[in-house]
Design a protein around this ligand. Structure first.
Ligand SMILES: NC(=O)c1ccc[n+]([C@@H]2O[C@H](COP(=O)([O-])OP(=O)(O)OC[C@H]3O[C@@H](n4cnc5c(N)ncnc54)[C@H](OP(=O)(O)O)[C@@H]3O)[C@@H](O)[C@H]2O)c1
Length: 226
């Protein structure tokens, strides 16, 4: 199968790319600055025939449009690129531009990528749209407050996922929580290694028939409350 992974240069996106290539899949890896990812450069040496690297900033319409036009076949879109910009802000000090920037990447980004790849995805026999969300977007789970921009953006991407799944019943669509993962975003105290997180996510993505479209699912296969 052919997968598109956004934000593929590091963290969870790079690990998706590594594990998918290692199991024989084709990956189109979108990154803002391809030359800056030594991880992708190494993968390109090992998987030159099955890895395509292209530059795409998910906040930029032309960038996404140009990159999407080069794709000829596609089965799975993994909207992984994301930012956490307000970890240190309380409500009183939060700059609303931070909320806007967060939505640009975490909400409009996945929507833009889906809009531009939809015509190609619809040609697949088993199309999937995966939006990497977060448990921090769960209204039910929010017992500690804070993280306004990040939490709100992930709640919004969950609603995007649900509406898209209703409107496109032939495309299986999930929003997924990767756990608290040891990446630049998750930090060194995170409880889940990037390998374990992605192995869990792929177990679900590669057997999508086990889960209802429009679901919010953790990397451990649990259904999460909205
Ligand atoms: N780590 C966690 O604990 C955790 C928990 C829950 C959910 N998540 C979600 O998992 C996803 C991946 O997170 P991560 O932990 O791997 O984060 P990360 O290590 O900070 O990596 C973020 C990735 O997103 C890319 N990105 C940021 N802005 C972009 C843009 N405008 N266009 C294209 N790519 C962009 C980055 O590219 P550059 O290298 O160019 O900056 C990088 O590849 C995110 O959606 C995040 O919200 C993570």
């Amino acid at each position: 199968m052919t997968f598109l992974v956004t934000g593929a240069g590091r963290g969870i996106g790079l690990e998706f790319t590594r594990q998918l290539l290692g199991t024989g899949h084709h990956v189109i890896a979108w990154v803002r600055h391809p030359e800056k990812s030594s991880g992708l450069a190494q993968l390109k040496k090992d998987f030159s025939a099955t890895l395509t690297i292209d530059s795409a900033d998910v906040t930029n319409e032309k960038s996404v449009s140009d990159a999407a036009q080069k794709i000829t076949t596609l089965d799975v879109v993994i909207n992984n690129a994301g930012v956490l910009l307000d970890a240190d802000d309380d409500f009183e000090s939060l700059d609303l531009d931070t909320v806007k920037q967060t939505f640009e990447v975490n909400v409009y980004g996945p929507m833009r990528v889906a809009q531009h790849t939809l015509p190609i995805l619809e040609q697949s026999k088993s199309p999937l749209l995966i939006n990497i969300s977060s448990l921090m977007g769960s209204v039910t789970d929010n017992g500690t407050g804070g993280y306004y921009a990040y939490r709100m953006s992930k709640t919004a991407v969950n609603m995007f996922t649900k509406s898209f799944s209703v409107d496109h019943p032939k495309i299986k669509t999930f929003c997924m929580h990767p756990g608290w993962v040891q990446t630049d975003m998750g930090g060194p105290n995170a409880t889940t290694t990037v390998e374990k997180s992605v192995t869990g996510l792929l177990r679900i993505i590669l057997e999508p028939q086990k889960h209802a479209t429009g679901s919010f699912i953790s990397f451990e296969g649990k259904f999460l409350s909205w």
